[in-house]
Write a protein that binds this ligand. Structure first.
Ligand code: GDD
Length: 349
């Protein structure tokens, strides 16, 4: 029997990569897509042609739709990846963020419980839930979120655990540290940097603006992380797992590495809002700080300890930091050459 998976947020980076991974394993994949007036299916345009892939309109704020779809599809595995996933935007739309990320998860769990489905449930929990507690962070680290996004994700995390304990459902949390890829949204810092560096190399942009250069993140490759999601649901006993590389780099280091891949040696000068990334050969300032890109509260250092996932489910991050940056920058260079350089969609974030 072909296994069936239901993925919320299938049009996002992780949804698209997970759908591709599961189709490769022979699954029938059902994806929930938030209706959008503009076409948001760019990441799944090839998957849509696969006859094992089915796209459904829906919304995490509409419990009736979630109930109906789960009842019609009767999936073996549910991956809840839908979210308002931008931390800075969550300060602008905190209530909507809570409705989608926190109550949306509750609605899906209630449908699972009410329909008495024998499905396994994965929740996209986030390292953002840790806030500024000292690194490294693991499953036993206390949570202290510093954003409406992190607080909403923490509610979802606890309700997933509660439905496991109260009703015996097979629900698991993947506490994922930052994971990137060439299909990362342009509103996130890694894709923004890769895109800008390639545009500067192609002579289509002179420079770009950046926010906090000192923030440190544990950046892995999203392809490795979606495999970890699947591995969690293959366990007979549900659980909570951190997925991370265990190494952190600053935003500044990401910028320097990305430029180096195009042959540009960046030297940093100035401090705080006056800091600039300068091309050592030409003396041109290619990167400047814009305080408008700072967040009301910032997480300074997220570094994950994934020992539990290593030991219990045998998951390993496979992609080294430099290889991740290289893949992202080279994809942007190819897009530039192909003339598909629409620029940044959300330059202000
Ligand atoms: N987006 C963005 N844009 N971030 C910037 C910029 C900029 O121009 N300049 C500096 N940063 C800094 C942010 O302040 C943050 O410290 C860091 O770069 C990473 O920002 P994002 O790429 O937006 O990711 P995030 O860490 O806030 O959140 C991501 O990772 C979480 C897991 O820890 C998202 O994918 C979340 O959905 C996810 O849960």
């Amino acid at each position: 029997m072909r296994k069936k998976a239901f993925i919320t947020g299938v049009t996002g980076q992780d949804g698209a990569l997970l759908a591709e991974f599961l189709l490769g394993k022979g699954y029938e994949v059902h994806g929930l897509r938030l209706y959008a007036a503009t076409d948001d299916t760019v990441r799944i345009k090839d998957l849509i042609k696969n006859d094992g892939f089915h796209l459904h309109n829906g919304d995490m704020t509409d419990g009736g739709v979630l109930w109906r779809l789960l009842s019609e599809i009767s999936p073996d595995e549910i991956y809840n990846l839908a979210a308002q996933s931008h931390v800075k935007v969550s300060f602008d739309v905190p209530e909507a963020t809570a409705d989608i990320n926190a109550l949306g998860t509750l609605r899906l769990l209630e449908a699972l419980r009410g329909l008495k489905l024998d499905a396994r449930f994965y929740q996209a929990s986030s390292s953002e839930m840790f806030g500024n507690v000292p690194a490294p962070q693991n499953e036993n680290t206390p949570f202290a979120p510093c954003s409406p996004y992190g607080a909403a994700k923490l509610y979802a995390y606890w309700v997933v655990r509660n439905y496991r304990d109260a009703y015996g459902l097979h629900t698991s949390n993947g506490i994922l540290f930052n994971h990137e890829s060439p299909v990362r949204g342009e509103e996130f810092v890694t894709r923004k940097i890769a895109n800008s560096v390639a545009a500067i190399e192609a002579g289509k942009q002179d420079s770009f603006l950046i926010g906090n250069l000192d923030a440190r993140r544990d950046w892995g490759h999203a392809r490795d992380y979606v495999e970890g999601m699947w591995m969690m649901l293959q366990q007979d006993v549900p659980g909570d797992y951190v997925l991370a590389t265990g190494k952190a780099r600053s935003v500044r280091e990401f910028v320097t590495t990305a430029f180096a891949l195009t042959g540009v040696n960046i030297v940093w000068s100035g401090k705080g809002e006056n800091e600039k990334g300068v091309d050592a050969r030409t003396g041109r300032a290619l990167v400047s700080v814009d305080p408008a890109l700072y967040r009301p509260t910032e997480l300074h250092a997220l570094i994950g300890d994934a020992a539990h996932a290593y030991e219990k489910i045998g998951w390993r991050p496979r992609t080294a930091f430099r290889d991740l940056v290289r893949e992202m920058v080279n994809t942007e260079r190819d897009l530039m050459k192909a003339g598909q350089d629409d620029g940044l969609l959300y330059a202000a974030e």
